[in-house]
Design a protein around this ligand. Structure first.
Ligand code: AMP
Length: 435
């Protein structure tokens, strides 16, 4: 008796299949191009790191570290975690490789999977993907914040993401935020009994997070709470005003959102978030901000400042698909949408010729499907149809004798005999017409 086992992907984890994967590739490709034009270079990071790296940077009392990390003991008993985000790794690498000696700001981008044990739902997974970028260096000039946001908006424009909304805020610094947090805590104590359990707990652990609450009955209460804008120190206020002016210079439209505090401990001053349509409740497609103290916190020079963002690639792709961009722009002609050429051959001599022709067509960039076994004519052409090939190129004994191939356009069945150079011109013209 055989035990038949059927495996399934783990809850909250999924496969990204064709043709959707073509849209992923396109998103990543455009990100590389756009980030490249802003002088960013790719950093490839490990998937796992010492647990302590995340505990220190993200913060031990955040949900991410206290509840959501995939942590395990290695064979030498050290604790390792799958990365829940990548900023900590970028900063670790920056310090480890002494990148502070590099001229100007160090501008890095990354893309890859992150892991958080959250409750899965649409747009929220336990293995999800981020495309992120970080600027590290001695300067905290507001122009850097504005340019990073400009780069993001440029990417979304290039991807034709419609309806993206940029929210910005300043959450102050080590000098001014603690005083505000105390004022907030005091006010929250007064309304404690009207709050839900999560918010009650956060009065002690992290009052700022109460501002994130989506609970309907808390909204009216939160609206009346003191706002950080009225408590920023002079430096933070000047910085924030300048970020807004610089966004204006770049023609970037934004909304100020005083409740945008971000969940991670290391953020300070500028925070931003971008929402996109078609995502339901998980509508944040990108989050980011300034984290000037993080490099020092992880053992690097105190003078190094940082700012960055992470785009949720799953959500970005979802939003593009909901807007109908998937089929239209995600799959270039011939790349994932069916082959350009189905190369039908009949008999051993024709197979040899077809293999040679197939190689030359592929070298020229055409997508070629070449049957692996000798098929009957009807079956072979039927397969070409089912694969949604644009053309069938037929190589049989007659064609071999005449030094031509028969090319058939499968959309309307028109066919003609062509020599190889004409075949290439014909296919190129057909490709140009479909683009
Ligand atoms: P964060 O690292 O929490 O600032 O998140 C940055 C972006 O990553 C968010 O705006 C989301 O688009 C995306 N993201 C975060 N967590 C998840 C998740 N569990 N599943 C899918 N996307 C996520």
């Amino acid at each position: 008796m055989s035990d038949k086992v059927k495996f399934q992907a783990i809850k909250g984890v999924r496969d990204i299949l064709p043709p959707e994967s073509a849209l992923w590739n396109r998103v990543e490709q455009v990100a590389r191009e756009v980030f490249g034009t802003f002088g960013f270079a790719e950093i490839r990071l490990p998937i796992f790191e010492p647990t302590e790296l995340f505990a220190r940077s993200v913060g031990g009392d955040t949900d991410i570290v206290s509840k959501e990390m995939y942590s395990f003991e290695d064979r030498d008993e050290s604790s390792i975690s799958l990365r829940p985000e990548a900023t900590a790794s970028v900063v670790r690498a920056y310090i480890e490789h002494g990148m502070q000696v590099l001229p100007g700001n160090v501008k890095l981008y990354y893309m890859g999977p992150m892991f958080r044990r959250e409750r899965p739902q649409k747009g929220r997974y336990r293995q999800f993907y981020q495309i992120g970028a970080e600027v590290l260096g001695a300067s905290d000039a507001p122009g850097i914040d504005a340019e990073v946001i400009e780069m993001l908006m440029r990417l979304f424009e290039r991807l034709k993401l419609k309806g993206a909304i940029l929210n910005i805020n300043s959450i102050g610094c080590k000098q001014c935020r603690p005083a505000y947090v105390e004022i907030l805590r005091g006010e929250l104590q007064k309304v404690r009994e009207q709050l839900g359990e999560d918010s009650k707990r956060r009065i002690e652990t992290n009052p700022l997070r109460v501002l994130d609450s989506k609970l309907e009955h808390e909204q009216g209460i939160i609206e009346k709470l003191p706002r950080i804008a009225e408590h920023l120190c002079a430096e933070c206020r000047t910085h924030y005003d300048e970020v807004k002016r610089q966004l204006g210079m770049r023609g970037i439209v934004y909304q100020e959102n005083w409740r945008l505090v971000r969940g991670l401990d290391y953020y300070m001053r500028t925070t931003f978030e971008i929402t996109a349509p078609g995502l339901g409740s998980q509508n944040a497609v990108c989050g980011g901000g300034r984290y000037d103290g993080l490099v020092e916190l992880l053992g690097g020079p105190a003078t190094t400042k940082g700012i960055g963002f992470a785009i949720g690639t799953d959500r970005l792709v979802l939003s593009l698909q909901e807007a109908g961009e998937g089929a239209a722009t995600g799959v270039p002609a011939g790349k994932g949408g069916g082959p350009d050429v189905y190369l039908a051959w009949f008999g051993a001599a024709a197979q040899a010729a077809a293999i040679g022709l197939g190689r030359r067509l592929r070298d020229a960039g055409f997508v070629v499907e070449l049957p692996a076994v000798d098929l009957k004519f009807g079956k072979s052409l039927g397969l070409a149809d089912r694969l949604k090939s644009r053309h069938a190129v037929i190589v049989g004994d007659d064609e071999l004798a005449a030094g031509v191939v028969t090319v058939k356009r499968l959309a309307d069945g028109t066919q003609q005999k062509l020599a190889e150079p004409e075949l290439f011109s014909y296919l190129r013209a057909a490709q140009a017409a479909s683009e």
